[in-house]
Ligand binder design. Structure first.
Ligand SMILES: *Cc1c(COP(=O)(O)O)cnc(C)c1O
Length: 424
């Protein structure tokens, strides 16, 4: 049996233990939902206040130059690039994941239409995050493509000479299962298919090597593991071999070669800046930079490799403790046990009561979340994200202990825990 003492000993040896100080977490809360909304970086309130009172208040419009506002999408893009195996000048932080996906899917379909006009399908996974599928549906309709959705074990079989683009999310939001990006990209390319990756649950959570995998396009999220704050700008990456070949359809003035010439005709910016659209939310960009600073602090301690090692140790511990302390309560495990197939979250399944159990846990200060099953094959899911920057091994032990008590006392069956909120 693993004891709390064992977990405290693991914390004492953890090279990342000091980084928890970089976050403001409420007293008495164990936060296992950083995969959905990262917590507040401790430096963010003062930094954002400075951006408001000094840069906006005093600097006024001069701050576009003097405070570097105009450069923020590129500057933050370069910092994100370092976390995802992309090069300098290849990433911009901008807009939302959904919008960036629209841009890169448009580019992928356009380039495929030129290089391989007979190909008519866009392939994705049925269990992909819905917004990705909705954007894909909309684009397929506009451009006369067919959206072909498959289960994860049928992806390779769908890479035929009818397929133009493969769009996948690297780590599945419901199960925490991770694809082998390099392998699937290589198989896509061998079949003449372009590979678009959504890194929403990967950037800042697992090591990503876009160039190593030779991916074609990628997008990702700023408010999950990157701790950029609610609605933080997302990011977009395009392999340099494609950047100059297409002007994405949301060709606003920030994507122009010389926006301040104010010319009536459009000339796309030469590099990744052509994936910008219009004026960016500078205060949100400022918050995202504070989130990225928390990763910079992990750099001298080994960066993503050290973060990944701890993330796997935390999720392994959670799985082991669930077996030791909560067995026989009807839970299954949706997340793969193999390290190379697991992201940074653990998803439990349960036929009934998943929502109420999550609510009862939240009432005890253990914050995870719930994702509904699709009725047919999938059971409901209790989702727990393990973020090595601020989660301790003792947190994992205490979270499982709280879950054990919620189950043993039966308190999750109280009616107030079954009331559905607008956001789950
Ligand atoms: C979180 C998430 C999104 C979010 O998209 P928004 O445009 O920020 O609402 C998109 N795709 C995936 C796979 C996600 O996990």
């Amino acid at each position: 049996m693993t004891t709390l003492q064992d977990c405290l000993a693991l914390d004492a040896q953890d090279p990342l233990r000091e980084l928890r100080r970089l976050f403001t977490l409420p007293q008495g809360v164990i936060y296992l939902d950083g995969n959905s909304l990262g917590p507040l970086p401790a430096a963010a309130p003062a930094r954002i206040a400075q951006a408001v009172t000094q840069e906006w208040g005093q600097g006024l419009i001069r701050s576009w130059n003097s405070a570097g506002w105009y450069e923020l999408p590129r500057r933050l893009g370069d910092r994100i690039a370092a976390l995802i195996g992309a090069g300098a000048d290849e990433v911009v932080a901008t807009d939302s994941t959904s919008i960036n996906l629209y841009k890169v899917l448009s580019a992928g379909l356009e380039i495929a239409a030129r290089d391989a006009p007979h190909r008519s399908k866009l392939v994705s996974e049925r269990s992909n995050f819905p917004t990705d599928l909705y954007i894909a549906q909309s684009l397929c309709k506009q451009r006369g493509y067919q959206l072909h959705l498959v289960d994860s074990d049928r992806i390779e079989a769908a890479l035929t000479d009818e397929t133009a683009v493969l769009m996948l999310t690297h780590v599945n939001y419901r199960t925490g299962a991770m694809h082998d990006m390099a392998d699937l990209t290589a198989k896509a390319h061998a079949a003449g298919v372009l590979a678009v990756w959504d890194l929403a649950h990967s950037a800042g959570a697992v090591p990503v090597d876009l160039h190593g995998a030779d991916a074609d396009f990628a997008v990702g999220c700023g408010y999950k593991y990157l701790n950029g704050g609610p609605g933080a700008p997302a990011f977009v990456w395009v392999h340099p071999r494609h950047t100059g070949r297409f002007c994405q359809p949301l060709a606003g003035w920030w994507s122009h070669e010389a926006p301040f010439e104010f010319t009536p005709d459009y000339r796309p910016a030469p590099g990744i800046a052509r994936y910008l659209c219009g004026t960016q939310p500078i205060l949100s960009m400022t918050a995202l930079e504070c989130g990225l600073d928390t990763f910079a602090a992990a750099q001298p301690l080994g960066g993503m490799a050290t973060l990944r090692r701890k993330s796997l140790a935390l999720s392994d511990l959670f799985i082991a403790l669930m077996q030791e302390r909560c067995a026989g309560n009807g839970f299954g495990l949706a997340t793969p046990r193999e390290h190379e197939r697991r992201g940074s979250q653990v998803c439990l399944t349960r036929k009934q009561g998943a929502y109420a159990i999550v609510q009862a846990l939240i009432a005890r200060g253990v914050i995870g979340d719930f994702r509904a099953g699709d009725g047919a094959k999938h059971e409901d899911i209790l989702r727990f994200g393990f973020t090595p920057l601020y989660t301790s091994f003792a947190d994992v032990w205490n979270a499982v202990e709280q879950l054990r008590q919620v189950l043993e006392s039966g308190e999750w069956q109280r009616p107030e825990f079954d009331r559905k909120h607008a956001v789950t």
